[in-house]
Design a protein around this ligand. Structure first.
Ligand SMILES: CC(C)(COP(=O)(O)OP(=O)(O)OC[C@H]1O[C@@H](n2cnc3c(N)ncnc32)[C@H](O)[C@@H]1OP(=O)(O)O)[C@@H](O)C(=O)NCCC(=O)NCCS
Length: 210
């Protein structure tokens, strides 16, 4: 299974590390290198994997699947749309030190980092990032292109709408919903539902005016 990582920045390198860790247990997994449109980093190496070309070069590099290593949710969505239209298959990366309960579904292209815990009955959409040591408790619905940042904690039966960012170290109380493309600030404690595209900060979380 030859896999290319789209994006060689900070998050791309986190994804590369997860693939390398996975390949220690699954020798058929072969992370080939990165694809990145930045001309300044072509042929450079990160974690021993080379930047092999730009997105337009994908068709010339033999591979079985790609995974998008771009942290910014909207850019990840646009990239997924573009690559999906050109027929790419998306690989799902789960760090060996993540804990995934029985009955959890994870969509293609998602990245589950070290120390993340997903409890039973939760559905994780496509191209989601569940970052280092976050927890997603039972029966959550995490829609596509969401990023749950390091150390964030979601109670049971939480809904996180498409493209939302749940910031570093925040907490969302059980049964609350976070609207599409909303942003939960670092350290926030969300005690009420948050509307689409809103930004909520603080404890208890308040909505920031635009
Ligand atoms: C919420 C956030 C997006 C706001 O960013 P911003 O639009 O640039 O807002 P500003 O920095 O101008 O701050 C606006 C107000 O919100 C307050 N504020 C901003 N972030 C806050 C936070 N995390 N907690 C509490 N208050 C916060 C500011 O103090 C300011 O208050 P004031 O109007 O009373 O002076 C940002 O601060 C944040 O927390 N982002 C999350 C980052 C993250 O976790 N990324 C994941 C990395 S892996």
């Amino acid at each position: 299974m030859k896999i290319l990582i789209i994006g060689a920045g900070g998050h791309g390198q986190v994804v590369a590390d997860i693939l390398l860790q996975m390949s220690e247990n699954e020798p058929e997994l072969n992370p080939l290198g990165y694809i990145d449109d930045d001309p300044a980093i072509q042929n450079l190496q990160y974690l021993g994997l080379k930047v092999l070309g730009k997105i337009t070069d994908l068709k010339h590099i033999e591979h079985n699947a790609v995974i998008i290593g771009i942290g910014e949710n909207e850019i990840r969505r646009q990239t997924a749309q573009q690559l999906g239209q050109s027929g790419e298959r998306f690989f799902t990366a789960v760090h060996p030190a993540a804990v995934i309960a029985h009955g959890v579904k994870i969509g293609p292209g998602s990245v589950i980092c070290a120390g993340a815990v997903i409890n039973t009955g939760s559905n994780i959409g496509t191209h989601v990032i569940l970052n280092t040591c976050c927890s997603v408790d039972h029966h959550n619905e995490i829609e596509s292109f969401v990023h749950v940042a390091p150390g964030a904690h979601l109670g049971g039966n939480v809904l996180v709408g498409e493209g939302a960012l749940v910031g570093l170290g925040s907490a969302v109380l059980p049964q609350k919903s976070i609207g599409r493309w909303a942003i939960i600030g670092a350290g926030a404690v969300v005690i009420d539902n948050v509307k689409a595209s809103a930004r909520a900060v603080g404890n208890p979380a308040r909505i920031l005016e635009k």
